[in-house]
Every structure is written in C-alpha cells, then in structure tokens.
Design a protein around this ligand. Structure first.
Ligand SMILES: [Zn+2]
Length: 154
C-alpha cells in the first residue's frame, strides 16, 4: 500500500471486534460464529481495531474463512475481494455447515456420541478427504456441536 492510500482512506471502528483488536466469545456469539471461530486476534482489522470503510463492501464482517490463522497472503486476497479465494472460503463454510448438520442430526435422532458420529462421518462422507479431517480433531469438534445443542444456544 502506498503512503497516499494511508492518508486517503477513512478508517472506521472494526465491526467484527468493535475496536478491541481481539475477537472474544461475546463477539463470536453476536456474529453467530460459534463452532466456526475461537477467541483470537481479529483478522478483519488485523488486530488494530480499525478498518478502511471500503472494506465492508469487499468482505462481510462475519466471513467465516477470514481468521488470523490463515497465511498473510490469503488474508490479503480475501480483503482485496479476490473471487477465487472467496469461493474457496465459501466451500470451506459449506463443508463446516454440512458437518454441523450431520452431527446434530445423528445426535438428535439417534442420540449417538461424538466418536460414533465421527466414525460414521469418516466412513460415509467422501468430502472429508477434501479437507483432510483428522479423526481426533473431528471427535472434539463434534463434541462441541453436541455441547452447544445441549445448552440450547443454537
Ligand atoms: Zn477487528
């Protein structure tokens, strides 16, 4: 970015972290991103608490894919509105949504535990290979889905 852009742009308070530079549980709940984010430095504003106003039209504040653990080059692409990267992010979110639905369904209709659901998922869902799902992580994740369902938050 050139120095001129720096002066030209009008920064606003980051709508994701509300200017804190850090996304906390309350922000995650506010943006309905439970099961998708964990508390971490804010990737939307790069932890500075303010963003250029025009960014809001390029990337939605609750864009699931945009998190601080992504490589910097990918974060830049999302913020620039790169279609291919945004599409990849959408696929990722669809995958997670599908997994959540799968887990909820089997928990609610068959009262299965996290490990059984994970085993079933890995044996029946071809797309799990696409995102190289680790079984232990999957069990933990499904446990989280069940806990959230039990607590009635979702
Ligand atoms: Zn922020």
């Amino acid at each position: 970015m050139s120095i001129f852009n720096l002066f030209k742009r009008s920064d606003i308070e980051c709508p994701r972290c509300l200017g804190k530079g850090f996304v906390e549980w309350e922000d995650i709940v506010r943006l309905n991103r439970q099961l998708k984010w964990v508390p971490a430095p804010c990737a939307y504003c790069n932890a500075v608490g303010r963003v250029p106003k025009e960014m809001l039209s390029k990337v939605t504040v609750d864009c699931m894919y945009l998190t601080i653990d992504l490589p910097e080059s990918v974060i830049e692409k999302i913020k620039e509105g790169d279609q291919e990267t945004i599409e990849k992010g959408k696929q990722r979110e669809l995958f997670v949504d599908h997994l959540i639905q799968f887990a909820e369904h089997h928990y609610l209709t068959q009262n299965m535990d996290a490990e059984s659901i994970a085993n079933l998922y890995l044996s029946t869902e071809e797309e799990s290979a696409l995102f190289s799902v680790n079984k232990d992580e999957l069990i933990k994740y499904i446990q989280g889905v069940i806990e959230l369902k039990k607590s009635g938050q979702n």
